[in-house]
Write a protein that binds this ligand. Structure first.
Ligand code: NAI
Length: 308
């Protein structure tokens, strides 16, 4: 198994670190346009092998796509991150050019790869990658819901004073501060609805905090977060390479599912060796359905800004 991570910045390097520690591949190629950065970070990571005991080889590359040849999975994190006060949507112009050229270069050397798109605005960048790649839809996966759901579970756990490991919960819809939909109605603590433990007001506050979870961190840190984004991306990659069939909300191509067509949005999918295998059709309430339709409108408006 060979995995490439494009973009050796905060999220890309953290993703690669998670992948090598878990030995998800024999080789992990980290590629960036910044001279020497991917090579340096790869060597730094490999120097942890003698301490941590893994057997995956990280390889750095400054824009040499030849090194990515024959990758089974490719993660795309290249692009600008948010600064405090910025929305993900403001990144569209610059990141569209980057994601477009990266997708073309990657497919030249790894025509069979499964692509996991992280760059923001993620739903639109995933749509763009799909358009450029011209590969079966099941091989294009946008990472957003895995992270937003982890944030949702964390806020629930903190409020309840329990471990996030005992919480189940999902965030669907677009991956934006106003477009994501934390499904409080379906969240559980060891199988018991969290509404048995938390008031409606508390749940509404947790949903609101989840939606601005990324912005809260950007304000605190001064730039966009990386630990949970890197772990969430590796979580998806792990389900692919180990064929775990995890159900993860991911941005995938909708063709009538959830009442939407020709759009990438976050919905629960089964992730396995061939990419996403199946969309899980949740029975949404009328309110949730309306929220999903509104979210789709915002994602569609963003897609419309993409250069032809
Ligand atoms: P960063 O600035 O630390 O790293 C981005 C890297 O991409 C830089 O090292 C840069 O040199 C590289 N890059 C730029 N153009 C490139 C090209 N053409 N080819 C190869 N590499 C190129 O940014 P960070 O924090 O790692 O974020 C990366 C992206 O991921 C941003 O767009 C950010 O908004 C997004 N993001 C998405 C999340 C999600 O849930 N989908 C979560 C967190 C971040």
């Amino acid at each position: 198994m060979k995995i490439t991570v494009v973009g050796a910045g905060a999220v890309g390097a953290t993703t690669a670190d998670n992948i090598i520690r878990r030995e998800l591949a024999e080789e992990v190629v980290l590629l960036d346009i910044k001279e020497g950065v991917a090579e340096g970070k790869s060597l730094d990571m490999y120097q942890t092998a003698a301490l941590l005991g893994f057997n995956t080889l990280p390889v750095g590359s400054t824009n040499d796509y030849e090194k990515t040849k024959g990758s089974d999975v490719v993660v795309i994190t290249s692009g600008l991150p948010r600064k405090p006060g910025m929305t993900r949507e403001e990144l569209i112009g610059v990141n569209a050019d980057i994601v477009k050229s990266v997708t073309q270069n990657i497919l030249k050397y790894s025509p069979k790869a499964i692509l996991v798109i992280v760059s923001n605005p993620m739903d639109t960048m995933t749509y763009l990658a799909f358009r450029e790649a011209g590969v079966p839809k099941k091989r294009i996966i946008g990472m957003g819901g895995a992270l937003d759901s982890a944030r949702f579970k964390t806020y629930l756990a903190l409020e309840m004073g329990v471990t996030p490991n005992d919480i189940n919960g999902m965030v669907i819809g677009g991956h934006g501060d106003t477009t994501m939909i934390p499904l409080t109605r379906l969240a559980t603590y060891n199988g018991i609805p969290v509404s048995r433990f938390l008031s409606e007001d508390k749940l509404a506050k947790i949903a609101a905090d989840t939606m601005v979870g990324g912005a809260t961190l950007t304000k605190l840190i001064g730039t966009s977060a990386w630990y949970a984004p890197g772990a969430a991306t590796a979580f998806i990659v792990e389900s692919i390479v180990r064929n775990q069939k995890r159900i993860v909300p991911c941005s995938v191509y909708l063709n009538g599912e959830y009442g939407q067509k020709d759009i990438f949005m976050g919905v629960p999918v089964v992730i396995g060796r061939n990419g996403w295998e199946k969309i899980i059709n949740l029975r949404l309430s009328e309110k949730e359905k309306a929220a999903f339709a509104k979210s789709a409108e915002a994602v569609r408006a963003m897609n419309a800004v993409l250069p032809a």
